[in-house]
Ligand binder design. Structure first.
Ligand code: UD1
Length: 416
C-alpha cells in the first residue's frame, strides 16, 4: 500500500544523519551532461526524483551506473535530444536538462513539464533567457522545439528571482561563446553547489553566492568526482518535527550555515539550537510559543519548502500567529488536512492564520505533494492516536526513508 502508518504522541530523542540534497543533485546531474566523459557523484540521495532523472538521462544515451549513494554518469555518448514525454510529465525537474542539452546537442524537443499542485510554475524566464543566448524556440500547444547553431553569452536581468531559471542559464552559459552575466540571480545554496561542481570541472564563474553571476564560456569541461552537500530542507523538516513533538535530537551533517533563517524561526518558537561542526542539536523542552510572524522568502530568507512543516509546528504552539507564503500561489494544500486533525487554522489568499491548540488527533490523511506530505508525517507523529498518510510516493520524491529517520528519533512511523 502506498501509505504510512503512525502512532503519535512520542517525544523525540535520538540522532539522524541528513541525506544528500535533492535540489542540489538534480541540476548537478544535468551539469554532468556537459562533460564529455565520466563524472562520479557521491552522497547522491536515493529518492524517486533522482531515479526518474537518471532514467531520463539514460534515454538521452547517457551511461548511468548506480552503487548505493554513488552514481557514475558517462555522458560521452549523448546524442538524443527529444525527451520522452512520459518522463517529462512525472518529472518537473526535467526542465533542468534544457540548458545542458542545448549546449551538448544544439536542439531539444520536449513537452511542457507537468502541472504542479503548488502553483502554475511557468518556464517563461528559462525560455526568454535562452532566446537571448541564440536559441530559436518554437512553442507548440503542449511543448516546444528549441534549436541553436551555437550558444552565445548574453546579459540577463531576471525580473524576479527564480532558482530554476538561474540554474538553466548557468548551465547554458558555461560552454557558450563569450561572456554571460545574470543579474538578480538566485543565491540558494543549491546554486552555489552547482557552480562549485562546474568550477571544479573547469568552468569560469565569478560571483558565486551573490545576486550577480559572471560566466566566461570555456572550450570544454573535464571529468570530476563530487560530493553532494547535505539537504537543508530535510534537516529543517526534522528540526520542525522536534518543534511538533518536543524532545532533544541531533541532526548529523545538517548544513548549519545554510539554515540560519530556519534555526532563527525555531528559536523564536522556544527551541534551543546549537550549531556544531558535525551538525545541529535541537532541544524543545517547554511548549512552543507562536513565532511573531513567519514569511517565506528567497534564500537567505525562510524557505518556502519548509512552510508546511512549520505550519504543522505552529498549529501546536501557544498563541496566535500568521504564516505568509510569497513564492508559490497554491502552497497551503495541507490546511484542510491539519483542520481535520483539530488544528485551528484558516487560509486567506497567501496567508494562514493560526490559533494554536494543545493537541492534534490522529486521522486518515492524504499527501498531495512532497513537502506538504512530509509535514503531515510530522503532524501525525505529534498527534494523539493513529494516523494513516496515503500517497507516500509524493514524500519519496525527496526523502530517502522518512519513517526510518523518524523512528531513529523515537517516533512510531512505518510503511504500510
Ligand atoms: C526550486 C526548487 C523548489 C523550491 C523553489 C523555490 C528544485 C528542484 N526545486 O523550484 O523546491 O520550492 O525553487 O525556492 O530546486 N516562475 C515563473 N517563471 C519561470 C520560473 C519561475 O513565473 O520561468 C515563478 C514560479 O512559478 C514561482 C517563482 O517564480 O512562483 C519561483 O520559482 P523558482 O525559483 O523558479 O522555483 P523552481 O526552480 O521551480
Amino acid at each position: 500500500m502506498d501509505a504510512i502508518q503512525i502512532y503519535g504522541g512520542n517525544c523525540l530523542h535520538g540522532q539522524v544523519r541528513i541525506q544528500g540534497s535533492k535540489n542540489a543533485v538534480l541540476p548537478i546531474l544535468s551539469a554532468a551532461l556537459l562533460i564529455d566523459g565520466v563524472c562520479e557523484i557521491e552522497n547522491c540521495p536515493v529518492i524517486s526524483d533522482v531515479y526518474h532523472m537518471l532514467r531520463l538521462m539514460e534515454s538521452l544515451c547517457c551511461k548511468v551506473e548506480r552503487n548505493g549513494h554513488t552514481v557514475r554518469v558517462d555522458a560521452s555518448g549523448v546524442s538524443r535530444c527529444d525527451m520522452p514525454s512520459d518522463s517529462v510529465s512525472v518529472m518537473r525537474s526535467s526542465i533542468m536538462l534544457l540548458g545542458s542539452l542545448l549546449a551538448r546537442t544544439g536542439s531539444v524537443s520536449m513537452q511542457y513539464p507537468g502541472g504542479c499542485v503548488i502553483g502554475k510554475r511557468p518556464i517563461d524566464l528559462h525560455l526568454e533567457g535562452l532566446r537571448k543566448m541564440g536559441v530559436v524556440i518554437r512553442e507548440r500547444e503542449d511543448g516546444f522545439d528549441a534549436e541553436t547553431k551555437g550558444l552565445t553569452g548574453a546579459v540577463h536581468r531576471l525580473p524576479f528571482i527564480s532558482v530554476g531559471a538561474t540554474e538553466n542559464l548557468v548551465l547554458a552559459a558555461v560552454l557558450a561563446k563569450g561572456e554571460t552575466v545574470i543579474e538578480n540571480a538566485a543565491r540558494e545554496p543549491e546554486i552555489v553547489a552547482l557552480c562549485d561542481f562546474l568550477q571544479k570541472a573547469g568552468a569560469d564563474i565569478e560571483g558565486v553566492g551573490t545576486k550577480r553571476l559572471h560566466i566566461r564560456g570555456v572550450e570544454k569541461l573535464h571529468e570530476i568526482s563530487y560530493r553532494v552537500p547535505a539537504d537543508r530542507i530535510v534537516a529543517g523538516t526534522y528540526l520542525a518535527a522536534c518543534l511538533c513533538c518536543g524532545g532533544e535530537i541531533f541532526l548529523k551533517d545538517a548544513p548549519c550555515v545554510q539554515m540560519k533563517a530556519v534555526s532563527a524561526a525555531a528559536a523564536s518558537m522556544g527551541a534551543e539550537i546549537e550549531e556544531h561542526e558535525e551538525g545541529l542539536s535541537v532541544v524543545c523542552k517547554e511548549r512552543r510559543v507562536m513565532p511573531p510572524g513567519l514569511i517565506t522568502e528567497c534564500y537567505p530568507g525562510f524557505p518556502t519548502d519548509l512552510q508546511s512543516a512549520f505550519l504543522a509546528a505552529m498549529s501546536l504552539a501557544d498563541g496566535e500567529g500568521v504564516l505568509e507564503e510569497t513564492i508559490f500561489e497554491n502552497r497551503f494544500r495541507i490546511v484542510p488536512q491539519l483542520q481535520q486533525m483539530g488544528a485551528k487554522i484558516s487560509c486567506q489568499d497567501s496567508r494562514v492564520y493560526v490559533s494554536g491548540v494543545k493537541t492534534l488527533h490522529g486521522a486518515i490523511l492524504k499527501a498531495e505533494e512532497l513537502r506538504g506530505g512530509a509535514a503531515l508525517v510530522l503532524a501525525g507523529c505529534a498527534a494523539e492516536g493513529k494516523s494513516i498518510i496515503k500517497n507516500r510516493h509524493f514524500i519519496e520524491r525527496g526523502y530517502e526513508d522518512i519513517c526510518l529517520d523518524m523512528r531513529a528519533l523515537g517516533a512510531d512511523a512505518a510503511l504500510l
